[in-house]
Design a protein around this ligand. Structure first.
Ligand code: ADP
Ligand code: MG
Length: 487
């Protein structure tokens, strides 16, 4: 079920490679001790190193290196025990040194893989080419003054991981799945918060098109796209543009483009520069970065269970469908919550409650799982009341909603509102008799062969019992009464 775009000359395949810039979670910058908090007042987190004062020397931040190594391990990638920092030279107002310290020929992390899950349940392994460490630039503010631009250097020097994929992606859906999966892995690892709105994860999207099976063609790079949805839209728009160019007999030129979300199209920003334009050379202020085997092993031992492993465990341990498992492990906090609820209980029912009622309640109340109005223990207690037949399934839904409203323990709600399930045979028989007597015409139709009416009777009896009848016993009593008098 491959993704193709029909042009006027035939069908086209889309080829995508992503370069993701992920801001490293670290209290200090890559080469200075300045802080990295988001949203601080402009230029309050800038050291002399970040401002590129003459004579200042960069000193590598060990924690940023650890974060890059953890990420590499989390992507099942090769860790390069020796890597090197280069200067990437270019002029930009918010780049005070006139160069960015980056890793070019010798990145800290080599080839790895990200497994993506698609809507049809299939999975694909997408190649990661490399991950390297580099500095972020500052930020130019053009909207603060009518004729001046302001510069905020708070971000200058913050550590970024650039994670480059192979051109393995073939559709907007796959690119979206890749980004979501990468974000999940980074969050599990605690190496990047993955917050695209705040710019801590941004993607450069490389797109080309080709007739099926033909060799790769020239790509264009759409810069700095800041949401998964925009990445998917940018791919579609850019692919269609390129197809039009090729079909009109033109040639796609390698260039850097920008995505205009309001127009849903990309536009040219500049012709693409090549590596030699940057005059890369090894940064003479920094020694090669040499990792210690034991230290890397220690970092590896400290990794959490990662999303793919956890998803497989959920399938095996809880007998959940792959889809449920994928949804539940997407956020660590959700997976933890689920495991607390599922422990020693009906695991599928727990999944249904978390993915259904709980997610709906969180959506409605605008809360995250971290400040859920219903705790995992309270939801577990509700499932216990169901399991020991204190309440029936329908009442459980009501109790859950009351828990969302009041934050109360389910047992308290059941007691106060008198919601205990009625299992008393006499009470059920009485309700059945009343309903059948009041609906003599329908009883006649039922006996005449309209068996569908059975559901109607169940509904009426439940209603007569304020929803509290034990469904199994109500069914049995109805069958008995309808059958007996029907002989
Ligand atoms: P650059 O620094 O020039 O952007 P990189 O090697 O850092 O080069 O990144 C190249 C990106 O472009 C990778 O993500 C790669 O997968 C992708 N790419 C390479 N060739 C193609 C192509 N023909 N179509 C689409 N993407 C491509
Ligand atoms: Mg690039």
């Amino acid at each position: 079920m491959s993704y193709t775009i029909e042009g006027s000359t035939g069908s086209w395949e889309v080829v995508i490679g992503l370069e993701v810039h992920a801001q490293v979670i670290s209290r200090a910058k890559l080469f200075s001790g300045a802080a990295t908090d988001f949203g601080a007042a402009p230029n309050t987190q800038v050291s002399f190193v970040d401002a590129a004062f003459p004579g200042m020397l960069p000193v590598i931040n060990r924690e940023c290196v650890a974060q890059a190594v953890r990420t590499g391990l989390g992507l099942a990638a090769h860790i390069n025990m020796v890597s090197r920092f280069d200067r990437k030279n270019y002029f930009y107002a918010d780049l005070p040194a006139g160069y960015q310290i980056s890793q070019y020929a010798h990145p800290i992390v080599g080839a790895g893989t990200i497994e993506i899950e698609l809507a049809d349940g299939s999975t694909r392994a997408i190649g990661v080419t490399r991950l390297h460490l580099e500095q972020d630039a500052g930020k130019s503010l053009h909207d603060q003054h009518p004729s001046l631009s302001y510069i905020d250097l708070n971000r200058a020097g913050v550590a970024l991981m650039e994670i480059v994929s192979e051109p393995d992606l073939r559709s907007p859906e796959e690119a979206g799945a890749y980004l979501r999966k990468l974000r999940t892995i980074l969050r599990y690892l605690g190496t990047c918060d993955g917050n695209m709105e705040e710019g801590s994860m941004r993607a450069d999207v490389n797109v080309s098109v080709r007739p099926h099976g033909a060799p790769f063609r020239t790509r264009c790079e759409v810069k700095n796209v800041n949401s998964v949805r925009f990445v998917m839209q940018a791919i579609e728009a850019e692919a269609r543009r390129q197809i039009e160019v090729w079909e009109a007999g033109g040639t796609v030129e390698q260039e850097t483009r920008l995505f205009d979300a309001a127009r849903g199209s990309t536009r040219s920003m500049r012709s693409k520069e090549d590596a030699h334009d940057y005059r890369y050379f090894p940064d003479p202020d920094l020694l090669p970065l040499v990792l210690d085997e034991a230290w890397v092993a220690e970092l590896e031992a400290g990794l959490p269970e990662l999303p793919d492993a956890r998803r497989r465990r959920f399938i095996a341990q809880y007998g959940l469908p792959a889809y449920d498992s994928g949804v539940l492990v997407a956020e660590q906090a959700t997976a933890d919550y689920y495991e607390t609820v599922a422990k020693g209980r009906d695991a599928k029912l727990a999944a249904n409650y978390v993915m259904g009622d709980l997610f709906a309640a969180l959506n409605r109340t605008g809360r995250g799982i971290g400040d859920s109005p219903v705790s995992a223990d309270a939801l577990g207690a509700l499932l216990d009341l169901l399991a020991d037949a204190t309440i029936n399934g329908r009442i459980a839904k009501e109790v859950f909603e009351a828990m969302v409203e009041t934050g109360e323990h389910p047992a308290a709600i059941v007691d106060r509102q008198g919601l205990r399930q009625v299992t008393d045979a006499g009470a059920i028989d009485a309700a059945v008799e009343r309903v059948l007597a009041a609906n003599a015409d329908k009883v006649g139709e039922y006996r005449g062969g309209r068996e569908k009416l059975f559901g109607f009777f169940v509904g009426q009896v439940m209603k007569a019992m304020a929803g509290k009848g034990n469904p199994g016993l109500v069914n049995a009593a109805l069958r008995k009464h309808l059958g007996e008098t029907g002989e």
